[in-house]
Design a protein around this ligand. Structure first.
Ligand code: C5P
Length: 234
């Protein structure tokens, strides 16, 4: 019984990133995987190519949705976009915390109560050099902690951060903040363009509430087998 409960917990914590070209590809993946997991992430690629109707189609299949639009614009525009996204059947929506206090507060005010607003700290594809080139002299860790604190002050519900920053974030916020970690790579897969990666199991052990995995599953010759391997490892 215990291992069955643990497997259910593992399934609840895995969010598969539907970074595919068409609604047909996305729906095929959802149909294949939805018996194993309950969360799917619709990101910029799929939302731009398939449009908002893909949200309803996936939601109607019973899946839960993280709409990863990483909004970053003037406060009024972000607030209006959060309101529009909230009208769809999504449970999570992301904004960039680097948009600043007024933008984050506008997003928090505009969100419906049942929508979890996630603040992206520093992308997992960024390292010290990436930050330096954009005029930020802080290390990724310092910048993640700074943006996370800003998000907390503004009333954000949860944080998106690389697995490497989970420990310092837990140290700072305890259990009060949910943490969603992309940049996850099982031992058997490539890092791709991700620079600050960790295995699924390590990320959960460090304290991630959810892990986001894309290419190791979506580009696998057998996505269902890949998900089962990850769940078993967790
Ligand atoms: O294929 P891969 O597992 O690298 O996909 C990671 C997903 O998580 C992508 O959809 C990416 O947009 C998203 N993401 C990320 N880093 C963040 C926030 C989101 O990689 N900080």
């Amino acid at each position: 019984m215990k291992s069955h409960g643990n497997a259910d917990q593992a399934r609840e914590r895995l969010i598969v990133a539907l970074d595919v070209e068409t609604a047909t590809d996305a729906f095929a993946l959802v149909s294949t995987l939805k018996g194993e997991i309950s969360w799917f992430k619709i990101g910029l690629q799929l939302f731009t190519s398939a449009g908002p109707s893909i949200i309803r189609k996936i939601a109607d299949s019973g899946a839960r949705i993280f709409l990863d639009l990483k909004l970053h614009d003037i406060p009024n525009t972000v607030a209006k976009a959060v309101g529009a996204a909230g009208a769809h059947k999504v449970q999570m929506l992301s904004i960039h915390l680097s948009g600043g206090r007024a933008m984050i507060e506008a997003a928090v005010t505009a969100k419906p109560e049942n929508l979890t607003l996630l603040g992206v700290t520093v992308l997992t594809s960024c390292d010290t050099e990436t930050l330096r080139e954009t005029g930020i002299s802080a290390t990724p860790r310092e910048q993640v902690l700074r943006l996370a604190e800003l998000g907390r002050q503004c009333g954000i519900d949860a944080l998106v951060a690389s697995p490497q920053e989970i420990e310092p974030l837990r140290g700072k916020f305890g259990a009060s903040m949910k943490i969603i970690a992309p940049g996850i790579r099982p031992g058997w897969s490539d890092a791709d363009d991700q620079k600050r990666v960790m295995t699924p199991r390590e990320a959960i052990e460090k304290g991630a509430d959810y892990i986001v995995i894309g290419r190791p599953i979506t580009a696998h010759s057998d996505p269902l087998a890949a998900v089962r391997k990850i769940v078993a490892d967790l």
